[in-house]
Design a protein around this ligand. Structure first.
Ligand code: SAH
Length: 225
């Protein structure tokens, strides 16, 4: 890495600290995952800036602050099994993979999923399992094997009114889920904690702007939200 690139990384980490990211594990995961590898060639210059960037098919890679904020809010441990909805370019999954035991991630666009999987391979992130499916239905049983419930769930696309029931049901009792909820221009990042089989608490964390959660799987390049 050249000096300029190293400086950009350091500047981003300092920026995140100033914005209230105090979890040193989260900061070091962000420092170590090469964000430039997850953004398209024409956005390379901005890869280490604290901004959201386009990743194709009308989707975006979240601002590093939002990635760090959501990751920190989940209070992850290295024993956690985590489900992510909305793989996108794979950046958030890569950050998680440095912090937890296992990451399961679902993307509805097959093309995005394929590109993300190539990045995981290249970066030798072997604790990520990625599938193309409708994440609103939660992680499916595959060959009769159920991975749910999960210690933590992170949803990186916005639910219109409330989180899908299937996702709430896949949070382990004692576990939590972070998810943006709301329509365009009025989304709130919410932290759900599952207290018991029936009861959960909800906390408003941060106003955000995410692309919407959409149903079904897509391999249609014109199906851009
Ligand atoms: N976490 C990603 C950013 C996600 S952008 C990253 O680090 O790059 C939101 C993603 O959610 C988009 O790629 C979008 O296609 C996907 N998405 C929307 N609805 C979905 C659904 N029902 N199931 C799975 N993925 C979905």
């Amino acid at each position: 890495m050249n000096i300029q690139a190293a400086n950009k990384r350091i500047r981003l980490i300092m920026d995140l600290r100033m914005q209230g990211i105090t979890d040193t594990n989260v900061l070091s995961a962000i420092e170590r995952v090469p964000r430039d590898y997850f953004v398209p060639p024409y956005a390379q210059d901005q890869a280490w800036e604290n901004t959201a960037l386009p990743i194709g098919l009308g989707q975006t890679i979240s601002q590093p602050f939002v990635v760090a904020f959501m990751t920190q809010a989940l209070e992850l441990t290295d024993r956690d099994k985590v489900l992510e909805i909305g793989t996108g370019c794979g950046y958030q999954a890569a950050v998680l993979s440095r912090l937890v035991r296992r990451v399961y991630t679902i993307e509805r666009y097959k093309d995005l999923l394929r590109m993300a999987e190539k990045r995981f391979d290249y970066l030798k992130l072997r604790n990520i399992t990625a599938i193309a499916a409708d994440g609103m239905k939660g992680w499916p049983k595959i060959h009769g094997i159920d991975q749910a419930p999960f210690d933590k769930i992170i949803v990186t696309a916005a639910a219109r009114e409330k989180p899908p029931e299937a996702l709430i049901n896949q949070i382990r009792v004692g576990g939590s889920m972070i998810i943006p909820v709301g329509g365009v221009g009025e989304q709130m990042l919410k932290l759900y904690k599952r207290e018991s089989d029936e009861a959960y608490s909800v906390r408003d964390m941060l106003p955000v702007r995410f692309v919407p959660l959409l149903p079904d799987v897509s391999d249609d390049k014109n199906d851009v939200s």
